[in-house]
Each structure stands twice: as structure tokens, then as C-alpha cells.
Design a protein around this ligand. Structure first.
Ligand code: G6P
Length: 374
């Protein structure tokens, strides 16, 4: 039937709140007790995954950011080398494809012109096969790929992608676990992360997401600080660097505030020059091995009079004892899944800033839900 907003003021808000449910749907029937079920990728998947020596991921927009997160996951937890590129660049390069490379496209719609053209171009380049991670069954991308994994987010109406992104991340974690299992490289032994622990954490993820969405009123209160600003900087490290990029993209798309995402360690190589009291700096601080580094990057911002907003793990000891730092605590989550969880407060922040600014949240100016012409 025709999608309805129900009690929500905008589709985007409704779709943000649907995430626990659709993440659950994306996992349904795909996890065994301790590992991912290889059948999830279709009957022909096993042979293709077993021959995969590296992966090229191609996508546009928010889907590209999901690909960037997946690089951290696939290399760390499955030991597979990964390159990620936007489709509009890839399709006009002269890429060199190493033997045993799997071509992966990510797309909410499955109809994005550049991504589809990249897939068609890739067929001439000697890849071992193609996998589409997509939200629309029967879309062009799905029909033209060797394998498909559906993200099951349901129809997404808001132009700014939310639930389609987080379910792509779930699908990409399933791919990571499937490759780890199939290739048996035991990349997990090098850092002590157990495949089974990630599987267990995935099962609790919808509930943890619910707890984060319950922070909505706090995030709405915080959004006031942004309504009059012209610029914002998003910082993250490791797998949270792409989450910073995605946070910045959301804010740009719907509130029209200029925003940039930066890897926190690059701050000193340029953007620090822009930091002053008029430049809010938003950072995500999960409990991972880069936390110490991130904390010192945040000190650099404070020392320049920057206004800091930090989404931090409740256990990491980042608190807002000072007036120039505003901290919102998130429940603890397995490190591997933190990028998924930390996406949620950034979505809500952009949403509330856009509402304050009175923009057309679901249909931002100049943008289209699906860009089917080049
Ligand atoms: C458009 C949309 C974005 C989306 C991008 C890629 O720009 O406005 O929200 O991320 O296309 O779309 P896809 O359907 O390929 O994920």
C-alpha cells in the first residue's frame, strides 16, 4: 500500500525509528547459533566467496559511506583486502583488477545510474563475480548481478537515507562473517575478536538501538545549538571516520548547513584553522582502541575555543564537566557494531536541526531519492 507517516511528522523520523525492527528483519534467518548462515547469499554463493581474494566495493552517496565502513570490517575480521570507490569515478578510470577480486555494489534503490553503469563496465574487467547489496528486490542492479543480498529495510521515502544505510551495514557485517567463515583465515586471532561474539552482539543490536532512540529528546535539545550555525565539523577515527562523513552528509542534505567529516587525526593538517566558537565540532567516541588518540584530538579543538559535542560510550570516562563540552552517553555495544549504533544519534541530530530551520526534511531542495540519469 501507499506508505504512510503514521504518527510521525516526517517520513525521515518514522524511518529512523523503524531501525530496530528492520535491523531485526535484515538478520532474520541469516544467523545460526554461533555463525552466519552461508545460504543467506544464495545457492551459488559458497563457491564465489571461497575464491574471493580481494573485494572492490562501488556505490554512491550514503551507500558509499557504508562501503567505507565495510573496508575496516572486512580487513580486520575477515583478512580480505578491500578498495572502495564512488561509482562515478570508477566507471571512467582504467582500473586494474587483481586475480580473485569480487565486485560488490551497494545501493538502496538498485537503480542509481552510475552504480549500474559501473556494474556493466565491471563485467569486462575480469572480476570473479558480482554481488549486489540492495534494498529493492528485482531492481536492475539485483537482476544484473551474480549474487544479491537484500537489506530488507522496506520502502524508504525520505530522500536522506537512514534505515537503508544501517541495514546495509548489517548486510556488510554478514558478508564479513561469511567470508571469515568460508576463507577460515582466522584474522580474528590476531586481535582476539571472536566471530561468535560478533554474532551474539548482532542479536542484541535491535534492543541497543531502541535504547539509543530513547535519547531523542536529549538530542532534540542539543540541536538548538546548531540552528544558527553556518558550518559544522564531524570527527571520527577508524571505522567511525565514515560515520563522521555520513553525519556531515545528513546535516548538509536536510539542514543546508555546510558540514565536513574528517578523520580526527587529520584535524591538525588543515581544518583546525577553521575551529572557533562559531564552529560546532561533533565527535563519536565509542570504546575502542583509538579512544586515547581521539581524546587528545578533542583537546586540540577545545584549546581553540571550539564547541564540542561528543557521543560517547557510557564507560569511557568522557563527561561534560566543562562548559565547552556537551556529552551524550550511549549504551555500551560490541566494538565491531559501534559504527552502526553511533549513526543513530547523528541522524536524529540532523533531523532536529532541519526541523528547527524549517526545511523540507523529506524532500530537500535539488536532491532526488534515486538518481537514475547520469
Ligand atoms: C541519491 C540519494 C542518496 C543516496 C544516493 C545513492 O543521491 O539522495 O540518499 O545515498 O542517491 O542511492 P542508492 O539508491 O544507490 O543507494
Amino acid at each position: 500500500g501507499v506508505a504512510s507517516k503514521g504518527d510521525y511528522r516526517h517520513f525521515m523520523l518514522k524511518e529512523i525509528f523503524e531501525q530496530p525492527k528492520v535491523i531485526n528483519a535484515a538478520l532474520e534467518g541469516r544467523l545460526g547459533e554461533h555463525s552466519v548462515l552461508a545460504e543467506s547469499f544464495g545457492p551459488d554463493a559458497q563457491a564465489l566467496l571461497a575464491n574471493t581474494r580481494q573485494i572492490h566495493i562501488i556505490a554512491c552517496g550514503t551507500s558509499y559511506h557504508a562501503g567505507l565502513v565495510a573496508r575496516y570490517w572486512l580487513e580486520r575480521y575477515a583478512g580480505v583486502p578491500v578498495q572502495v570507490e564512488v561509482a562515478s569515478e570508477f566507471r571512467y578510470r582504467h582500473p586494474v583488477v587483481p586475480e580473485g577480486t569480487l565486485f560488490v555494489t551497494l545501493s538502496q534503490s538498485g537503480e542509481t545510474a552510475d552504480t549500474l553503469a559501473a556494474l556493466r563496465f565491471a563485467k569486462r574487467l575480469g572480476y570473479i563475480g558480482s554481488l549486489a547489496i540492495c534494498n529493492v528486490p528485482g531492481s536492475s542492479l539485483v537482476r544484473e548481478s551474480d549474487l544479491a543480498l537484500m537489506t530488507r529495510a522496506g520502502p524508504e521515502i525520505g530522500v536522506a537515507s537512514t534505515k537503508a544505510f544501517t541495514t546495509q551495514l548489517v548486510a556488510l557485517m554478514l558478508l564479513t562473517l561469511a567470508l571469515d567463515k568460508t576463507l577460515g583465515k582466522d584474522a580474528r586471532d590476531s586481535d582476539g575478536t571472536k566471530h561468535a561474539d560478533i554474532v551474539a552482539a548482532l542479536k542484541t543490536l535491535p534492543d541497543i538501538c531502541r535504547q539509543v532512540l530513547a535519547l531523542d529528546a536529549d538530542i532534540e535539545a542539543l540541536s538548538q545549538a546548531f540552528a544558527e550555525k553556518h558550518h559544522a565539523l564531524f570527527l571520527g577515527r577508524g571505522a567511525h571516520f565514515p560515520i563522521a562523513l555520513e553525519g556531515a552528509l545528513k546535516l548538509k542534505e536536510i539542514s543546508y548547513i555546510h558540514a565536513e567529516g574528517y578523520p580526527a587525526g587529520e584535524l591538525k593538517h588543515g581544518p583546525l584553522a577553521l575551529v572557533d566558537s562559531e564552529m560546532p565540532v561533533i565527535s563519536v567516541a565509542p570504546n575502542d582502541d583509538l579512544l586515547g588518540k581521539l581524546k587528545s584530538n578533542l583537546q586540540e579543538v577545545r584549546a581553540r575555543g571550539g564547541q564540542l559535542f561528543v557521543f560517547a560510550d557510557e564507560n569511557v570516562g568522557i563527561d561534560d564537566t566543562e562548559d565547552d563540552v556537551c556529552v551524550l552517553h550511549l549504551p555500551h555495544v560490541h566494538e565491531a557494531l559501534a559504527p552502526l549504533l553511533y549513526t543513530l544519534p547523528l541522524q536524529l541530530l540532523s533531523y532536529h536541526v532541519a526541523v528547527l530551520k524549517g526545511t523540507d526534511v523529506d524532500q530537500p531542495r535539488n536532491l532526488a531519492k534515486s538518481v537514475t540519469v547520469e
